[in-house]
Design a protein around this ligand. Structure first.
Ligand SMILES: Cc1cc2nc3c(=O)[nH]c(=O)nc-3n(C[C@H](O)[C@H](O)[C@H](O)COP(=O)(O)OP(=O)(O)OC[C@H]3O[C@@H](n4cnc5c(N)ncnc54)[C@H](O)[C@@H]3O)c2cc1C
Ligand SMILES: [Mg+2]
Length: 455
């Protein structure tokens, strides 16, 4: 059956940050666009709510860093102010049954003063870090292509590298924690390719401070601001189920309707893009790629208090640790604000065990962990939000997708390559800052530019 006569120049599928930026740019260029979004809201992983008590919480992304240029430009354009993430005070590390307060930070990359774990443990981690950093520097700052070096690195898991490069339990955890908590994955180390973790450090490094700043009013306010100029062209509650294309264009089907355009931009994580039924079928390389790019595993908890009580104790509100459920948490409130907000994360195997608990036990487990980090006042929040992206079928995990061994070097070239009139966007497709807002903006801009040039 031929496709329908195109009504639109381009249909954008997915109203996350990438899709909204693509639609905005095409609309500005004078193209007729339609946006089809599965959920009954826009924004995807950029979503938040205002607290009745004042302040706000971001369920998805919240931080931005100075080298995330396209996202910073977007913030300036919409008048969203950035402010420094709280940084005054000591951070807390809980390793096993020991609790340390320290004036440094680590997440792979390390700076400041070490936490005071036994010297042999610390040097084990830091020596291995130097080897990791040097190995990552050998990669090109673009999507990994298949060559002798990348094939070798892609043939092993990060867990294998950790096993060969650390001797202590702390050294092992230092890197396992990084695999779970850093922006390019939320993978357990035995699930992810060594190449992928190295590449993530190469193109989206913690040493560039991607969590340096927060947004006044939260990231969740942005989707509506971006969509305002073309709001009547956004249809929510319309998951695209089928995509048919021929030389004349693309016809997309949702449970509510059928829409035709000359081009489509599919802006969502690859595993979700892979669930659309394509006619003709996708090229096998693309189809097999989308079978192999799982989302990481995480939940984000937003826990609000009547004030940031940890500051009274000289604590900055950052906790890192291996003993409970919460491996990472951070102060996510305004410096001068009344309300104190802690964003806490549960990753990987811990997430799946935590998810087995009932709702009140899950909450109690998180609060008990926060009390170990910051004191018993943590047990009495004024609000508790569970942002469980892994249970959400329209995301399927978080923060982003990662590559298991063998995927980059066997299937990676299909990640960004358009298929006929269908172009791909979304943070997972980015060459720079994949997994972050910045990556989403860049791929949205690039897809719009490619399509505009073809119109
Ligand atoms: C807990 C968490 C914390 C994070 N923290 C940060 C941070 O601090 N800083 C940062 O920069 N980044 C952070 N990120 C990452 C950031 O949120 C994402 O990179 C970004 O929002 C992704 O945007 P996107 O448009 O690529 O994808 P998405 O936001 O996932 O958008 C995809 C859209 O497609 C829709 N969709 C799916 N299937 C269909 C279909 N068949 N038909 C129609 N629509 C469909 C979805 O509903 C969704 O709206 C975080 C993410 C999470 C989950
Ligand atoms: Mg989004």
């Amino acid at each position: 059956m031929p496709t329908d006569t195109p009504t639109y120049d381009c249909i954008v599928v997915g109203a996350g940050l990438a899709g909204l930026v693509a639609a905005r740019n095409l609309h500005r260029a004078g193209a007729s666009v339609l946006v089809l979004e599965a959920r009954d809201r826009i924004g995807g992983r950029m979503y938040g709510r205002a607290l009745p008590s004042g302040g706000w919480v971001d369920w998805g992304g919240q931080w931005v860093g100075p080298t995330q240029e396209r996202f910073c430009a977007l913030l300036s354009e919409y008048g969203v102010e950035r402010f420094p993430s709280p940084s005054q005070g000591r951070k807390v590390l809980i390793f096993g049954d020991q609790r340390y307060e320290f004036e440094g930070f680590f997440q792979g990359f390390f700076e400041g003063l070490p936490p005071g774990v036994p010297e042999g443990d610390w040097s084990d981690a830091i020596d291995a870090w130097a080897r990791f950093d040097a190995l990552a520097a050998r990669l090109e700052p673009e999507h990994p292509r298949s060559n002798d070096l990348t094939r070798k690195l892609d043939a092993v898991t990060f867990a294998q590298w950790i096993g060969e490069n650390t001797r202590t339990a702390f050294g092992n955890w230092y890197f396992s924690y990084m695999a779970r908590a850093v922006g390019t994955g939320c993978a357990e180390p035995e699930q992810v390719s060594l190449l992928h973790v190295l590449w993530g450090h190469r193109v989206a490094s913690q040493a560039e401070y991607p969590e340096a700043e927060l947004l006044r009013g939260g990231a969740g306010q942005l989707p509506a601001k971006i969509a305002a100029a073309f709001a009547e062209r956004v249809r929510t509650g319309e998951p695209v189920l089928r995509a048919r294309q021929d030389g004349a264009g693309v016809t997309l089907e949702t449970p509510r309707g059928r829409y035709a355009a000359r081009f489509a931009i599919v802006a969502m994580p690859p595993h979700l893009a892979g669930r659309i039924a394509y006619d003709p079928p996708l090229p096998p390389l693309r189809s097999q790629l989308t079978q192999r790019m799982p989302m990481g595993t995480c939940a984000k908890l937003l826990v609000a208090y009547d004030r940031p009580f940890w500051r009274d104790r000289g604590l900055v509100g950052t906790g890192i640790g291996n003993s409970g459920w919460v491996e990472l948490c951070a102060d996510s409130s305004e410096l001068a604000g009344d309300v104190g907000v802690i964003a806490a994360f549960v990753y990987g195997h811990r997430y799946h065990a935590w998810r087995q608990l009932n709702e009140s036990d899950r909450r109690a487990a998180i609060l008990a962990d926060l009390a170990r980090y910051f004191g018993d006042e943590a047990l009495s929040p004024i609000a508790y939000d569970e942002a469980d992206w892994t249970s959400d079928p329209w995301t399927g995990g978080g923060y982003t997708a990662f590559m298991p061994p063998g995927v980059w070097t066997s299937f990676g070239e299909a990640l960004a390559a358009p298929v006929g009139s269908i172009h791909w966007a979304g943070t997972e497709v980015a060459e720079r800052w994949p997994g972050f807002f910045e990556g989403a903006v860049r791929t949205g801009e690039a897809a719009a530019e490619r399509v505009a040039a073809l119109l």
